[in-house]
Ligand binder design. Structure first.
Ligand code: DC
Length: 236
């Protein structure tokens, strides 16, 4: 007889920045009682470490040698909060707010192109999925981290829609940013994500694509739950 763990699956959700994939992933995880892992937060935490240790120069270039030399000193984890959300920690310090700021968003792409950084984080992500029962979102989850995930989703939306979402989110948090800057950042990050040599963003052949430009949060979450239930019912 199958054990509970054997019945649990891995849900891999990939897509462009601000495509709403985290919201979908989080909603699904809480509805089905799975753990949600935001892999982008892990790249952001490494970028924050590099910023805090003066490894990023004014022109945005990263001192790769220094960062790679420090990888063993970087501990990233997620801490469950009383309200059910998870906060990213960097060497034991809650950095959830800091990693979402534009100062981190604007330097995270080059950090995420460093092969040694990716290998380190992919290994950590794979260990988090060992007992299955997780929903992980990112750029390479269905292609590299969990190529055997039972459910893979690829989320897309137009750059303008995504920039508007990110802009509204930042303004609500009190950030002083312009829509034009946010759009430029989204377009730039798309380009870097798509063209990097190591694990570029691409849809896995067996991923289901969804464009959520004109969908509400409820519609997306209901759609994802339907996909999840379909896979689970096939496993029984
Ligand atoms: O999803 P996000 O915007 O928080 O991701 C932050 C950065 O990390 C973004 O530049 C893409 C990169 N990333 C990645 O390369 N691979 C992942 N699995 C997740 C994020």
């Amino acid at each position: 007889m199958a054990t509970k763990t054997e019945n649990k699956i891995i849900v891999a959700i990939d897509g462009y920045s601000s495509s709403g994939k985290s919201t979908m992933a989080r909603d699904l995880a809480s509805r089905v009682g799975y753990r949600y892992i935001d892999s982008g937060a892990m790249y952001r935490a490494v970028a924050l470490y590099a910023l805090e240790h003066d490894m990023i120069s004014a022109d945005g270039s990263v001192d790769e040698t220094a960062l790679i030399g420090d990888l063993d000193k970087i501990r990233i984890d997620f801490e469950l909060q009383a309200d059910g959300t998870q906060h990213t920690t960097l060497n034991g310090v809650d950095v959830e707010r800091e990693i979402r700021q534009l100062r981190v968003s604007s330097v995270v792409s080059p950090v995420a192109t460093i092969v040694a950084v990716r290998h380190r984080l992919v290994a950590l992500q794979q260990s988090m999925g060992e007992s299955r029962g997780i929903v992980m979102d990112g750029r390479d989850i269905g292609t590299t981290v969990f190529p055997d995930a039972e459910l893979k989703i690829f989320v897309d939306a137009s750059p303008q829609t995504r920039a508007q979402r990110r802009f509204t989110e930042l303004v609500e948090k009190g950030a002083q940013v312009s829509y034009a800057d946010v759009l430029a950042n989204v377009v730039h990050r798309d380009e870097v994500d798509r063209t990097r040599a190591e694990s570029p963003l691409r849809k896995a052949n067996d991923a289901i694509a969804i464009d959520n430009s004109h969908m509400t949060r409820e519609e997306q979450s209901a759609w994802l739950l339907e996909q999840f239930n379909r896979v689970i019912s096939r496993k029984k």
